[in-house]
Ligand binder design. Structure first.
Ligand SMILES: Cc1ncc(COP(=O)(O)O)c(C=O)c1O
Length: 332
């Protein structure tokens, strides 16, 4: 199967499995796992933050950020389709009693600062206390510009809001903008980064921020059952991914662009967007097309608007096959 549903389907390579096998481990709940310590220090250094904490998933990382920034009865502002609001089982509300205030994303995946301003609650007994603003980069593959991030950071400071980034795919933004991680992360109080998506590690995310913030996040990680023991097995794979796989994201972006260029030539396919490693298309009979692709060895996501995600386990040969199968469906 050529699996284009998500970059989460990437599998650890032979070399990565060897790294996992040979990883030095200890009890991380005692703070004694050398591979976890190495990964956390590495990410903190790359992001120019004081500290970091390794967690099982991006969902837990985002939830730790909400819990560590906000108290019960506080509020966070985020995008209407933000992963941490829409696709994480309402964790902030359920576990933290933190009220979400979603706002529609603009077409470029920014949140309009004027619209946010209107939603910040005045300090008054009637309202939840607005404490946090959350951005997502990349969102549906779209990269936030450094100018916008800088503006959003200034805005957050002026309005006494902490600023969190769901940077599940922040390295796709790093590669697209040709900048360093710190050029993006320096504007945020906290950043969640996934190692198990385009970077190809099997499991794990890292939350990074100030020492005090990460101390708080570690407390909540334990509470949520995320305190793992010999998790160096996973951390070693993540460190290997950081050392070796970031540069490969460029290939994913190029292949997604190549596929877009070819599919654009088919009249019945409407290209909605193509940014970094993602491509969204609209077609009639989308259910039938998804089924046809599946019967021809290709998996893609969704009904209605369809999502195609290129990742490190996809080659140019695979993409060429995808183009041929699309053509065989439309050009009879
Ligand atoms: C933007 C974004 N944030 C967070 C997550 C959550 O990551 P995880 O699946 O590791 O919980 C995802 C997962 O796909 C995501 O796309």
């Amino acid at each position: 199967m050529i699996d284009l549903r998500s970059d989460t389907v990437t599998k650890p390579s032979k070399k990565m499995r060897q790294i996992i096998k040979d990883a030095k481990v200890g009890d991380d709940v005692y703070g004694e796992d050398p591979s976890v310590i190495e990964l956390e220090e590495k990410i903190a250094l790359m992001a120019k933050k004081e500290a970091a904490v390794f967690v099982p998933s991006g969902t837990q990382s985002n939830l730790l950020a909400l819990l560590s920034h906000c108290q019960r009865g506080d509020e966070y502002i985020c995008g209407q389709d933000a992963h941490l609001y829409k696709y994480e089982a309402g964790g902030g509300a359920v576990v933290g009693s933190i009220q979400p205030q979603p706002i529609e994303f603009e077409k470029d995946a920014t949140l309009d600062l004027e619209k946010i301003k209107k939603k910040i609650k005045p300090i008054d007994n009637h309202h939840a206390r607005t404490k946090l603003l959350c951005l997502e980069n990349t969102h549906n593959g779209k990269v936030l510009s450094l100018e916008y991030i800088k503006e959003a950071s200034k805005f957050a400071k002026e309005n006494n809001l902490a600023l969190h980034l769901d940077g599940a795919r922040v390295f796709n933004a790093v590669v697209a903008l040709e900048v360093k991680l710190e050029d993006i992360t320096k504007y945020f109080d906290s950043v969640s980064i996934c190692l198990s998506k385009g970077l190809g590690a099997p499991i794990g995310s890292v939350l990074t921020g100030s020492k005090e913030f990460i101390k708080e996040a570690r407390h909540y990680r334990k509470m949520l059952g995320g305190g793992l023991r010999q998790s160096g097995l996973l951390a070693a794979a993540a460190t290997y991914a950081l050392d070796n796989h970031i540069k490969n994201l460029k290939k994913d972006h190029e292949l997604a662009k190549y596929l877009t260029k070819k599919l654009k030539k088919i009249d019945k396919i409407k290209i909605i967007s193509n940014d970094t490693n993602m491509l969204f298309i609209e077609v009639e009979n989308s259910k039938e097309l998804v089924e046809y692709l599946k019967n021809n060895g290709i998996l893609i996501s969704g009904y209605g608007e369809l999502r195609i995600v290129v990742h490190r386990d996809i080659s140019k040969k695979d993409i060429k096959k995808v183009i041929e199968v699309f053509k065989s469906y439309y050009i009879k």
